[in-house]
Write a protein that binds this ligand. Sequence first.
Ligand code: SAH
Length: 458
Amino acid sequence: MYRKNEMIELNITSLTSDGDGVGRAGELVFFVPNTAVGDTVRARVLKVKKNVGFGRVEEVLTPSADRIAPECPVSFSCGGCVYRHISYEAECRAKRQKVIDAVTRIGRLPEELVRDIVPSKNIDGYRNKAMIPVGLDRDGKVVMGYYARHSHNIMHCLRCRLSPSVFNDIIADVYAFLSRRPGLVYTLQNRRGIRHIYLRGTAQGEVMVCVIAGKRRFEDDSVLYDSLKEKYPQIKSIVVNVNACDTNVILGDRTFSVWGADSLTDTLCELRFEIAPEAFYQINRDQTQRLYAKAKGYAALTGEETLLDLYCGAGTIGLTMADSCKELIGVEIIPEAIENAKRNAQNNGIANARFFCGDATAAAEKLREEGVRPDVIVVDPPRKGLTPELIATVAEMSPDRIVYVSCDPATMARDLKLFTEQNYSVKEITPFDMFPRTSHVESVCLMSRRKIRNEETI
Ligand code: SAH
């Protein structure tokens, strides 16, 4: 049995879905972050459970051919990136493998269904959204940056390679403002100060600054806003979101306009989309266009179809397909996103779309009861995936094709298994790297209805 702090030698043979290296020592499988497939490392044992152990790399004895020098000083402690120490090609291999592992182990589907991963053109600076936590360290000094791995401790870091430089510049200026005013930082005692700086940007370089604070107004707020407005002509919108709840949820439910527009407008797939701060919007715009194009290809629309877009956010996926179907119906739970979706249809001259605000499971069941029979259904759920009830309702509506866009291969695989137990076959799955350097991978999957006897009675 291994003891805590014992040193062991490991050959790293694979990576977990979170990007940790996996190596075997006798009977035990050890997980060691910041290693690469092909490394031989000396690791310190941190914890041992029944069949698995956890270690920390102390020395790389023989480096893997995948290794590169990380270009970020905090890459090993930051909770954002996990793949800064390996080549982008090795990262894409690991991400495709993550999808294959989920699809074969959880979905019980053949590996051959998983196509090549679509790599991102931009590996750095691709984020169009950043939420930077603000806090105080033990000495009462202001810290801003990113959460440390597996924790809610803020690691002070003002520049992130995943963000465009204008985001980093704005963050540095907000820090300069706050570091002289630590009393303005939100704490459980004051419940009024600043908790997060939330930035969004568009392809045209326009920026929205959303200050998330316990109260709508804070001391010297106009000093901060005026200096940002003056220095950054890119800023088109400043808003305050109020959140005084003691939870991990970042956004509160009230947003107030401070200056400029209430929402940003971005172009995507040649359409213009208004996106409110509360509405979901894909983070890597360039890659999103490729993802949507693949989803549209899978939908194989001819102009005759009724298309149902579940979890539609601001309507983006469905609206980029609306020119190729007869009717589009979108469903989304966030009211502001549905307001955006309706306006986005109007602003782009799309007349064959309607949108409903509600829970996807309940709304789909209602549509089914009303007799709506979509030919194609697109689902794009959050990480937790679909409910078994929604899968049953979708199968009962018996669309010819289902396009499943997923940000979590494990829940997607679980759901695909349920669809295959209904009347659907999985045709293919294409992984997309939307989030270079992090452990996240997106997938888009095509399913089609199996032809069975007595089809007309279904
Ligand atoms: N298809 C959109 C949004 C995908 S993100 C796009 O590509 O931009 C997932 C969306 O599901 C989010 O907008 C989230 O608000 C929404 N959502 C989460 N839970 C939901 C539920 N139970 N019912 C409907 N929508 C939900």
